[in-house]
Design a protein around this ligand. Structure first.
Ligand SMILES: Cc1cc2nc3c(=O)[nH]c(=O)nc-3n(C[C@H](O)[C@H](O)[C@H](O)COP(=O)(O)O)c2cc1C
Length: 229
């Protein structure tokens, strides 16, 4: 099949909203997202599976380089797997905090009050482990296993994670964006193939009743945006 004949176009689905409706939706979303915080104390209350599935479908609608969708979401609900992840993450993080992190990094983490203890990895009912898929595998010819180059993997997976975190918050769930370092143990514990590399570990659930968050500020619009008119 030639390149041209493999192209197919359909009419865009686009709802033209009145400016009034746009403003009211913008305000609702901005207010809603304004309360998103990274949560580090979870309750063990279960999360309906349909919510996780819905958030993953939202993430799957993210744009991606050449539409390659280079992501894999592994949803860990099994207590034994969560325990294994906690043990391995704490071993790495203990090394980080006690030996590997330079003072500058420890200073940057100071306001957050984090340390190597990661009990939330067992307490949160659900861990979404996001893998970036660095290359595809053409399995038409199983013997050859030809690698298919993926473009803009980091950017694409980052955007999908943004969609995912926003969707989970919007449906009333708490998340932690966690990057135990190094993260290679996640490939072993979850038995992932070599083309998938751990990207983020996102505990999902409800906050503990007494959950607290650091009192930190966000930059204002003036500080983050420049309008060129
Ligand atoms: C790429 C990335 C990695 C992060 N890694 C960690 C982490 O390993 N542990 C942690 O407690 N928070 C982690 N965070 C959360 C940040 O500390 C948090 O987003 C930041 O302090 C702002 O707080 P907020 O999310 O409540 O607005 C990470 C955030 C991002 C975007």
């Amino acid at each position: 099949m030639s390149k041209a004949s493999s192209r197919s176009f359909i009419p865009l689905e686009f709802e033209l909203l009145s400016t009034e409706r746009q403003l009211s939706r913008a305000q609702e979303f901005e207010l809603g997202m304004g309360t998103r915080r990274t949560v580090r104390q979870f309750s063990s209350r279960q999360v309906p599976r349909q919510l996780i599935e819905s958030a993953l479908r939202v993430a799957s609608r993210a744009p991606s380089g050449a539409n390659q969708q280079p992501w894999r979401f592994v949803v860990v609900l099994d207590p034994e797997k969560k325990r294994q992840i906690r043990v391995a993450a704490e071993a790495e993080e203990r090394d980080n905090y006690e030996r590997r992190f330079p003072q500058e990094w420890l200073d940057a983490l100071e306001t957050l009050g984090t340390d190597w203890h990661k009990e939330f990895l067992e307490i949160a009912p659900c861990l979404i482990v996001v893998f970036r898929v660095d290359y595809g595998i053409d399995d038409e010819d199983k013997a050859k296993q030809r690698k298919i180059k993926h473009y803009y993997v980091q950017e694409s997976v980052g955007i999908a994670c943004g969609f995912l975190i926003a969707a989970l918050h919007w449906m009333g769930l708490a998340t932690l964006t966690h990057t135990p370092s190094p993260m290679g143990f996640l490939s072993q514990v979850l038995d992932r193939p070599p083309n998938e590399k751990p990207y983020l570990l996102i505990p999902v659930g409800f906050p503990a009743n007494d959950a607290k968050v650091p009192n930190i500020a966000k930059k204002s619009l003036n500080e983050i945006a420049v309008f060129v008119e």
